[in-house]
Design a protein around this ligand. Sequence first.
Ligand SMILES: CC(C)(COP(=O)(O)OP(=O)(O)OC[C@H]1O[C@@H](n2cnc3c(N)ncnc32)[C@H](O)[C@@H]1OP(=O)(O)O)[C@@H](O)C(=O)NCCC(=O)NCCS
Ligand SMILES: [Zn+2]
Length: 271
Amino acid sequence: MPKRKSPNAKKLVQSTLQFKSAATVVKCSKCLMTYSTNSPSDLVQHKRYHDLHLNGRKWSAGWGDIVSRVELRMFEKQLDCNGTGETGNRKLSFQLRPQSTYEENEYIVMISPKKPNEVKATLDLMAVVNEELSAPHDENAFWSEFPEPEKPQGKAFVYVKKNRAVGVITIEHIEKTDRGKWMVLDTKSIVPNVIPDVKLGISRIWVSRNHRKHGIATRLLEIARKKSIYGCIVNKWELAWSQPSQSGSILARRYNAVKHQSGKLLLPCYI
Ligand SMILES: CC(C)(COP(=O)(O)OP(=O)(O)OC[C@H]1O[C@@H](n2cnc3c(N)ncnc32)[C@H](O)[C@@H]1OP(=O)(O)O)[C@@H](O)C(=O)NCCC(=O)NCCS
Ligand SMILES: [Zn+2]
């Protein structure tokens, strides 16, 4: 016979202990990604994003045609000549390096639209670049697709270091001369009624975070000037910027700003 409940019996409620977890959304100070430390998929995504943004994309040796090798640092080269170097009164001796005057495993390649693997790898890299710049993701056709006959082709150059693509520049050919403008660097205003005859436009330039401020972007700009148009070296002022970012403006100021007679610095730009 079942026990009858006494009307005065207290209703028992199962209690559960709730542990409030600490705040889970964090912003990585290195790659600046915001993610949740409680979400396994966020953790995986952050790991991938972090590595790509800091160290670049893995790059196969056969991708791209090498257009430039990076010379050994000047100081090391001088020492290589005689194996000694003087610092003040101290005479130091150094081991001779091998004959080559180039950095091993550090070079710039030009991407061929005919080669799907290198195009795909560069498109992967461009996705990272556009994410960081909050720029449109669909502006690659000018370098990645095979050109129509008679139409000038844009170019993509990738900086490879230790089997990683650590920098990239994409360059548009500017056919219509009236696309060129001078921009006042400090105010970002456009100088009216003057149209510089620029030849190339920098669509994107990017260097992975761990490799910045080592001259990589400057080398990419130099190669773009020399190798974008077959047989022609474009002047620095003919290489134009489009809406330079904050760090892009610093680079542009150093690389190809021109001083106007008013004392203001002007940047070649295109629209
Ligand atoms: C802009 C960017 C490409 C520069 O790459 P980089 O390889 O570091 O540039 P470099 O080392 O060739 O720098 C050239 C000069 O500019 C200076 N410079 C470049 N970026 C700088 C920055 N953020 N702050 C201070 N100086 C900077 C360098 O110190 C160097 O000066 P120096 O010649 O007196 O030594 C890189 O910061 C980047 O990828 N930024 C994010 C993407 C972006 O904004 N791209 C530009 C779009 S317009
Ligand atoms: Zn990170």
